[in-house]
Design a protein around this ligand. Structure first.
Ligand SMILES: [Zn+2]
Length: 310
């Protein structure tokens, strides 16, 4: 049977997909879940702001986009539905929860088994009373390392992943915290081939990235086109991972966007960064560096398809 991804508009066979952006943001609220008006906006306004950027991404070759804004930082399924209606790009929504400081009260008190059940329901039945199934489990670790609640989240995520097949993707800064996290995941029984290290570029020692890949993890370099990231360095990181034989483990994305409901114009404070630097600038630069079309396709089409497939 052909493997499928879960999108806002239903299941899609992975063989029908081209380039997939494995880590982007469409609608994000970093004020946290306790703020009045959290994650709320007029859908029409969001479509008006974000729609053109989705159209650009589609024109530039993206066929699917993974929305990484999870519970705690603004996940809003009805807004995502509105965006999916106006774009041919397949949008994938997360279950899971953001890092400790953003976990809403009702998810702080729940036990590991009930949390796993909630996430399994979102992955197999639907999110918040809809029939929209989550496409993966998104977590985040505090910068100093997993807190007790984050360890509970990791363990619940492993249960949910083992039952559903969903991949676990976790925002993790630096190799020390990632190694701690991967130990927790393995101890709970996860095959690390079902784990994505989000923000792997935050670790400067390439050997640490190679070790994570060696353990099975996807190493996600998600600062493509970001002004704070040297694109030259990022290209060299990709090349080093390819040369070390970890072609299957590399993911590339922008971590860009997004509609920000905290501002009246809906724009993020630093401006809306679109989703086209990968296809327009980064991949041509990789080709110029000697990486074949076939390898580029492997990294941008096959790897994310494999990661998010059920
Ligand atoms: Zn992100």
């Amino acid at each position: 049977m052909t493997k499928k991804i879960h999108t806002i508009k239903g299941s899609v066979e992975i063989d029908s997909l081209g380039l997939i952006l494995p880590h982007e943001h469409l609608f994000t609220d970093l004020r946290g879940p306790l703020v009045v008006g959290y994650a709320q906006a007029e859908p029409e306004g969001v479509v008006w702001v974000v729609g053109p950027f989705l159209a650009d991404a589609f024109a530039a070759g993206a066929t699917a986009l993974v929305e990484c804004s999870t519970v705690g930082v603004g996940r809003n399924i009805s807004i995502l539905q509105n965006l999916a209606e106006v774009s041919p790009i397949h949008i994938i929504a997360p279950t899971g929860v953001y890092r400790d400081a953003f976990i809403p009260p009702w998810l702080r008190e729940i036990n590991e088994a009930d949390l796993a059940k909630l996430w399994i329901d979102e992955l197999t039945e639907g999110i918040e009373g809809t029939s929209i199934r989550a496409g993966f489990i998104k977590l985040a670790m505090s910068d100093d390392g997993p807190t007790a609640l984050e360890i509970r989240n990791l363990r619940a995520a492993v249960k949910a992943s083992q039952i559903t097949g969903a991949v676990i993707a976790s925002h993790t800064i630096g190799g020390r915290v990632t190694n701690e996290e991967m130990d927790v995941l393995e101890e709970a029984g996860l095959d690390l081939h079902r784990f994505i290290w989000i923000h792997a570029q935050t670790e400067s020692n390439i050997d640490v990235l190679k070790e994570a890949a060696q353990r099975g993890a996807f190493v996600e370099l998600d600062s493509v086109g970001a002004p704070h990231q040297s694109q030259k360095d990022l290209i060299e990181t990709v090349v080093a991972l390819i040369e070390a034989g970890y072609i299957d483990q590399i993911l590339l994305s922008h971590d860009a966007g997004w509609y920000n409901p905290a501002n009246s114009d809906g724009l993020p404070n630093e401006g809306f960064r679109g989703y086209t630097a990968l296809t327009k600038e980064f991949l041509p630069a990789l080709s110029a560096r000697g990486i074949s079309e076939e390898l580029v396709r492997h990294i941008t089409v096959h790897n994310p398809a494999r990661a998010f497939a059920f």
